[in-house]
Design a protein around this ligand. Structure first.
Ligand code: PGA
Length: 246
């Protein structure tokens, strides 16, 4: 059975006081034993939350380089050294605002795997892509580096997050059936390249305006194993309700 996962991506929100308050409330909450709960606070707070025991802590990004003259960046090794084991890579906001290419994102995936961290690999099409009917091709091409260059044992370590860009922070959610269609496409693509067994082990999360009102229906879909939650992860009640909606 693959893992059910709910991950909260706090993005660039919350000052220290508010972040600590939300962290404490989530850390002391009771979760269903079969759901892994991850939060990704802004990097400036990661070290102070890395002793969490109830929650898993993720970085929102990582450098593709291992060390050196890269002002403002931090490496996978540094994340590991503060006890982190997860990092989001390839979020659409990084792809768009920081011009991250598929190659750069793949380098980040490799760096994380080499240093013992689990990448939460994001992919997803824009509204134009969907309107032009090329959403599957776009996601396929975003996945191509990991499918063509990772071993099955490395691929099995990944968490994949399908996040249609048009649904992120917009209040528009993919219809559960459309999200399921993409999740099933991703799983079949992995099965064709590797094996069904490999494809069945990888948790594929949905992200994009996921909230308590729609999480139950989304998570009831066969290939949706949880969510990557932005806005609704900033409120402990909403986040808890989502975690409890499997
Ligand atoms: P949202 O963000 O839930 O606010 O749409 C999701 C994400 O970007 O991970």
């Amino acid at each position: 059975m693959r893992k059910k996962i709910v991950a909260g991506n706090w993005k660039m929100n919350l000052n220290k006081l508010d972040a600590v308050e939300l962290f404490k409330s989530l850390e002391s909450s009771v979760y269903p034993p079969d759901v892994e709960v991850i939060i990704a606070p802004p990097s400036i707070y990661l070290d102070s939350f890395s002793n969490a025991s109830n929650l898993k802590i993720a970085s929102q990004d990582v450098s593709q380089n291992s060390n050196g003259a890269y002002t403002g960046e931090f490496s996978s090794e540094m994340l590991f050294s503060i006890n982190l084991r997860f990092a989001i890579v390839g979020h659409s906001e990084r792809r768009v605002f920081h011009n991250e290419s598929d190659e750069m994102i793949f380098n980040k995936v490799k760096s994380l795997l080499n240093n013992g961290l689990t990448p939460i690999f994001c992919c997803g099409e824009s509204l134009d892509d969907r309107n032009n009917g090329i959403q599957f091709d776009v996601v396929n091409s975003q996945l191509s580096n990991i499918l063509n260059n990772l071993s099955s044992s490395d691929l099995e370590k990944l968490i994949i997050a399908y996040e249609p860009v048009w649904a992120i922070g917009t209040g528009l959610t993919a219809e559960p059936s459309d999200a399921q269609a993409m999740h099933s496409y991703i799983r079949n693509t992995i099965a064709n390249k590797f094996t069904t067994k490999t494809s069945e082990q990888i948790s594929i999360l949905y992200g994009g305006s996921c909230k308590p009102a729609n999480s139950k229906e989304l998570f009831s879909m066969k290939d949706i194993d949880g969510g990557l939650i932005g806005g609704a992860s900033l409120d402990s009640n909403s986040f808890l309700a989502i975690v409890n909606s499997f």
